[in-house]
Design a protein around this ligand. Structure first.
Ligand SMILES: Cc1cc2nc3c(=O)[nH]c(=O)nc-3n(C[C@H](O)[C@H](O)[C@H](O)COP(=O)(O)OP(=O)(O)OC[C@H]3O[C@@H](n4cnc5c(N)ncnc54)[C@H](O)[C@@H]3O)c2cc1C
Ligand code: SF4
Ligand code: SF4
Length: 378
């Protein structure tokens, strides 16, 4: 992986409009900052290489290198990545009822991880006035206050960098696939710091098809719902064609076409729907309210889920075959769309003499697997 610095990060990602506001470049130094969902470089920095560039999920992401470090095997392009088990899951009903997005599995696992000492802090994403705001929870009781999905770019990883400064060494992080990609790049220690200790002991990835520009969404929500606080945003399955914004004062429906116009440009070249580099990945269970799809990928994830089930914190059931097939189809289609777009834009597997640096580096077999549609059939 080629290493560059803040000048290239600013030119290739911020100026090209590809930033997804993940926060990985924030609080590493004084130069990058986030404000109301937007990332900016405040002052020029002349460093030739930097962690900001190396961690960013929209600079060159070498999927083979990440995959080898993650599972020991190269990147195959299989739709939902490598996994050990997949379930339908939800939080145990005896847990305190919260404002969970779906089955509350994410909050239940994070609470349990804090209680059982697997992690020393949980990095989560809340919101203020419709803008996502990351935070660090150290008490299990604090986890539920972050529940529900903010369908906008969130600078969650700035809180991981803050957590390092505060001395946390075993953080748990909940995030979208781009957050998980940045964490996977951190784990590679690309700048070869001798004192590097990866500060994340548990990663819970969320399924993600797209995220919205936070400021534009906050403006739309304020226009439709007034000043009332947003409690939850729901996206009913097709053919509903709407997004429901639930506020303290009631609910408003917005046509999905209006929402799609606010999707971040960087999402169009994102090949990962199911957070392939997380210990466990969680999404909605299509068509079944109050349940999640739970993918267990690593030994850490396997231990956590088994212990959470044994302790009565979550319930798991067999995932219907048809749900898995539907998920794989959607994930394969997202991969193909992203690689085709990156290729069209000259951002896939470029060589140093080409005028654009790659955003994605994918080996030939995986590329063939994805673009031929073979992945969809698995
Ligand atoms: C931008 C986005 C797009 C999504 N797209 C899909 C999709 O296409 N298909 C699908 O099945 N599921 C999608 N999800 C996941 C889904 O909405 C739920 O988060 C998931 O099913 C977990 O539900 P839960 O009840 O267990 O979560 P909860 O227990 O309610 O916990 C939600 C957790 O999400 C974290 N969080 C909320 N917003 C963000 C954010 N913007 N960035 C990082 N972390 C956040 C909070 O810290 C909280 O811990 C998406 C989520 C997000 C944030
Ligand atoms: S995508 Fe993340 S790391 Fe890259 S510039 Fe934006 S906030 Fe920084
Ligand atoms: S689609 Fe990809 S880039 Fe966009 S928010 Fe989701 S994970 Fe991040």
């Amino acid at each position: 992986m080629a290493l560059f610095g803040p000048t290239e990060l600013s030119a290739d990602v911020l100026e090209e409009g590809l930033c997804v506001g993940c926060g990985a470049c924030i609080h590493l130094c004084p130069y990058f900052a986030t404000h109301r969902g937007k990332t900016a470089m405040l002052f020029p920095c002349s460093a030739e290489t930097g962690r900001c560039h190396a961690y960013c999920p929209k600079t060159e992401v070498d999927l083979d290198a990440i995959s080898r470090a993650f599972s020991g095997a190269g990147y195959t392009g299989d739709p939902i990545g490598s996994f050990r088990a997949i379930y339908a899951a939800r939080a145990q009903k005896t847990d305190p009822a919260g404002n969970f997005q779906d089955g509350g599995t994410v909050s239940a696992l994070m609470r349990f991880a804090l209680e059982s000492g697997v992690i020393d802090a949980a990095v989560l994403t809340g919101q203020q006035a419709g803008i996502p705001v990351p935070g660090i929870a150290t008490r299990p009781e604090a986890v539920d206050s972050f529940a529900s999905s903010k369908y906008t770019a969130a600078p969650t990883l700035s809180a991981v960098n803050d957590g390092v400064r505060q001395g946390f060494t075993r953080m748990g992080v909940v995030g979208t696939p781009c957050h998980m990609t940045a964490l996977a790049q951190m784990r590679l220690n690309p700048t070869k710091r001798e004192d590097y200790i990866h500060p994340v002991a548990l990663s819970i990835g969320l399924f993600c098809t797209w995220a919205l520009d936070a400021r534009r969404f906050a403006a739309l929500a304020a226009d439709r719902a007034g000043k009332s606080d947003i409690r939850k945003i729901r996206i009913p399955p097709p053919p509903a064609g709407i997004v429901v914004i639930e506020t303290d004062a009631g609910s408003v429906e917005v046509p999905i076409a209006k929402i799609r116009a606010l999707v971040l440009a960087g999402c169009s070249i994102c090949p990962d729907m199911t957070a392939e580099w997380a210990d466990v990945s969680v999404g909605a269970l299509e068509g079944v309210d109050g349940w999640n799809t739970l993918i267990v990928r690593t030994e850490t994830g396997e231990d956590l889920v088994r212990e959470a089930v044994d302790a009565g914190r979550i319930v798991t059931e067999v995932l219907p075959e048809s749900t898995l097939a539907q998920l794989e189809g959607a994930a394969a289609a997202k991969k193909a769309r992203a690689l085709e777009k990156a290729h069209r834009d000259g951002r896939l597997n470029t060589t140093p003499d080409e005028n654009r640096r790659s955003v994605l580096r994918v080996n030939a077999d995986a590329l063939e697997n994805i673009l031929s549609g073979k992945g969809k059939a698995t």
